[in-house]
Design a protein around this ligand. Structure first.
Ligand SMILES: NC(=O)c1ccc[n+]([C@@H]2O[C@H](COP(=O)([O-])OP(=O)(O)OC[C@H]3O[C@@H](n4cnc5c(N)ncnc54)[C@H](OP(=O)(O)O)[C@@H]3O)[C@@H](O)[C@H]2O)c1
Length: 315
């Protein structure tokens, strides 16, 4: 094995992504023990990438970003026995405090799953963070076939995934969403209503009263948590993945707090959902793919708050 050079997106100071991120050439080290290095085929972007640029989980600099990666294994670290050089995998980049991460030509992964034959690696690259968040959160909420669940912001990718996971469990699902994915969500078996003014009343009318649990999967927006509290019996029946401050103030819960309380890290659902995606039993829509050189356009779309599907970088 030898270290390799790679284009990497990274930053030297914290700030707004479009101000601080640079595309550079850097050396990517050999994979350490329990890691693999891949030649990246596609990197799925997430709002978490921009939180990292702004200083979330701050550490040494320069720092790369990009968590969700599909690629071909190029080197394996000590103790790795389940993949070999040349295998196609999807997984999570080793991003905490590293000088390069998933948004690059080469990436070190800390976890991975095989990409089944016939599944486009671009479709696999968008899965890890979204399915981890949806499955871990619904597990922590104990959503099952007896639950009437509201998924607020089901046009977000976490919400779109949560609707499918909850329906697979047999839950009754009411979803709020804009028009883009309305038909998809109805197809998954959700009862769909727009978000915005009057949302809580519409949800209670559809449910015939309060819902059992409400999942806030939308990007943070003022007034969301208080509106969701009106859809349930008790504030703690509202769980957010995004608006932590309002949730804690209003007696709702934060998904990461619940997952941590119940034992972190839970099992990684990426392999299961990669297989389901290959079989046509699960899907996430892709809004647009961009070449790595055109990263600014990708960041702008992802930051818009309304990308309407996953945004993907292709080296
Ligand atoms: N570990 C974690 O806890 C974790 C992990 C991943 C993401 N997150 C957080 O979860 C949130 C969603 O992430 P994501 O990647 O799924 O986002 P995303 O796909 O970028 O969400 C954007 C979509 O949300 C919908 N939306 C925008 N404003 C809304 C509003 N006011 N009310 C309802 N829906 C609205 C829009 O869809 P339509 O208008 O078409 O319906 C938009 O296309 C983010 O805040 C992210 O930081 C947390």
């Amino acid at each position: 094995m030898t270290a390799t050079t790679s284009r990497v997106l990274r930053f030297y100071e914290y700030g707004e992504p479009l101000d601080v991120v640079r595309l550079e050439t850097a050396e990517v080290a050999d994979p350490p023990a329990d890691r693999v290095r891949v030649r990246v085929i596609a990197t799925g972007l997430n709002p978490a990438d921009w939180h990292i640029c702004r200083g979330f989980m701050a550490g040494s600099l320069p720092r790369g970003f990009g968590c969700d990666v599909a690629g071909r294994v190029d080197a394996v670290g000590e103790n790795v026995t389940d993949v070999a050089v040349g295998d196609l995998v999807v997984g999570s980049a080793d991003f905490a405090g590293q000088p390069s991460a998933g948004a690059a030509d080469m990436a070190i992964l800390r976890s991975w799953a095989p990409i089944p034959e016939g599944l486009d690696p671009v479709r696999a690259a968008v899965l890890p963070m979204v399915v981890q968040t949806a499955v871990w959160t619904l597990d922590a909420m104990r959503v099952d076939s007896d639950t009437t669940l509201l998924v607020h912001g089901a046009g977000s990718m976490v919400g779109y995934a949560a609707v499918q996971v909850a329906r697979d469990r047999g839950a009754r699902v009411i979803a709020t969403a804009g028009p883009t994915f309305r038909a998809d969500l109805v197809g998954f078996g959700a009862q769909v209503t727009p978000y915005g003014e009057g949302m809580a009343d519409r949800v209670r009318e559809i449910a015939g009263g309060p819902v059992d649990l409400a999942l806030d999967a939308a990007p943070p927006a003022p007034g969301t948590i208080s509106a969701l509290v009106e859809t349930v019996r008790e504030p703690h029946q509202v769980v957010t993945v995004s608006d932590h401050d309002d949730a804690r103030t209003l007696g709702a819960r934060v998904n990461l707090d619940m997952v941590r309380e119940q034992g972190w890290p839970p099992n990684d659902p990426t392999a299961e959902y990669t297989t389901k995606t290959a079989r046509g039993q699960f899907r996430l829509p892709i809004s647009r793919t961009f070449r790595l050189d055109d990263w600014r356009s990708a960041v702008e779309l992802s930051l818009s708050g309304a990308p309407h599907g996953k945004v993907v970088l292709i080296p």
